[in-house]
Design a protein around this ligand. Structure first.
Ligand SMILES: *[C@@H]1O[C@H](CO)[C@@H](O)[C@H](O)[C@H]1NC(C)=O
Ligand SMILES: *[C@@H]1O[C@H](CO)[C@@H](O)[C@H](O)[C@H]1NC(C)=O
Ligand SMILES: *[C@@H]1O[C@H](CO)[C@@H](O)[C@H](O)[C@H]1NC(C)=O
Length: 322
């Protein structure tokens, strides 16, 4: 298809309802419109001017007063798409239904303002060549000067890139989170909320190392449970009561460094509160960690910080702020 052809055809063309041009957006805002789409379509009428369509063609004239149309694109039943434009071009000639040709520019500039002509060409029922056409005008408002528009266009492109990156990151985050949640559900029983925290009771383990389980609590955004007052102790005690399969549950508090000087290993603060079991005989230098102890009604005892607990069913309790 060469650009001389539409000029000749333009002289022969008549306007016909069967050929339509849609423009989106109707009024171009240079600097604000992301896309400009020109869509030319042809639907066969009941009494068709054109009974067999051979091609659709879009041409453009920048001067609406003295239009000189320049070829942009065409779609033909024989040759398919042909174009001479930076727009994204799509189209199809169909026998019975709608035939169409569509041009889309990203970040349209002021040079897109003008007249767009859509021509449909084919033969009528007597076999004579017919061309019908429709012209639309695209007006434009310049919102930004060109250099600023350039910046915005670049930023817009960067933003698209970021969005794609973010979608990819979100997808891997969600997959990681779902694996993490599955591990959490498999390993912990989780309390109701109390003062903006939840308590995670680990499953029973044969080996506990206080430092290591503190790190596991940290993985879930918390620390070994630090009991600060009666209310917190009572809440934890009610939470633990149904778990009769446990002998003891490790919580925060150690006097490993200095006998009877109980500190929280995570926050390095003094332990303010210990609900000692009245029936526990304190273990001295060999027992430097705090446990809730079921045989003593879940009151607290001091016991060894790390070893295998073959004869006991023990777990640990994390405190996780929400
Ligand atoms: C064109 O339309 C025909 C029939 O409607 C369809 O089979 C064909 O896939 C279409 N081609 C394109 C490129 O859209
Ligand atoms: C086909 O077009 C020719 C030339 O314009 C015209 O003379 C003829 O009447 C048309 N036939 C029909 C069926 O419209
Ligand atoms: C926009 O991006 C193009 C190509 O990446 C670059 O050449 C141009 O300098 C950029 N313009 C501005 C204003 O950043």
């Amino acid at each position: 298809m060469n650009s001389v052809l539409p000029l000749i055809l333009a002289m022969l063309a008549v306007t016909d309802a069967a050929v339509q041009v849609q423009v989106n957006p109707g009024a171009l805002q240079i600097g604000n419109s992301r896309n400009l789409n020109i869509r030319c379509s042809h639907v066969r009428d009941k009494v068709p001017t054109i009974s067999r369509l051979s091609y659709l063609l879009i041409s453009f004239a920048s001067d609406a007063e003295k239009p000189v149309f320049r070829y942009l694109a065409s779609v033909s039943s024989v040759d398919g798409l042909d174009y001479d434009t930076t727009a994204a071009v799509a189209g199809n000639i169909t026998r019975g239904g709608e035939s169409w040709l569509s041009l889309t520019w990203s970040y349209p500039l002021f040079s897109r303002v003008g007249l767009y002509k859509c021509e449909a060409s084919g033969i009528n029922l007597s076999g004579a060549a017919r061309t019908v056409s429709h012209i639309v005008e695209v007006g434009g408002v310049r919102h930004l000067d060109a250099s600023l528009f350039d910046v915005i266009q670049n930023q817009s492109r960067d933003f698209e890139q970021l969005k794609t990156d973010e979608e990819r990151l979100t997808a891997s985050y969600l997959s990681l989170k779902s694996r993490f949640d599955r591990a959490k559900e498999a390993h912990f029983s989780i309390s109701a909320a109390h003062n903006g925290r939840r308590y995670y009771l680990s499953s029973i383990s044969n080996v506990l190392v206080a430092n290591e389980v503190d790190a596991i609590c940290a993985l879930y955004g918390g620390y070994l449970a630090e009991v600060d007052d009666d209310a917190e102790f009572e809440f934890i005690k009610s939470f633990l009561t149904p778990y009769t399969q446990y002998t003891g549950v490790l919580c925060s508090g150690t006097d490993e460094a200095l006998e009877n000087n109980w500190i929280h290993a995570n926050s390095k603060t003094m332990v303010k509160y210990i609900k000692w079991s009245p029936s526990d005989s304190r273990g001295g230098r060999s027992e430097n960690c705090l446990f809730f102890w079921r045989p003593h009604g879940w009151f607290m005892v001091d016991w060894v910080c790390q070893q295998g607990y073959a004869n006991y069913a023990v777990g640990y309790l994390c405190e996780i702020p929400e």
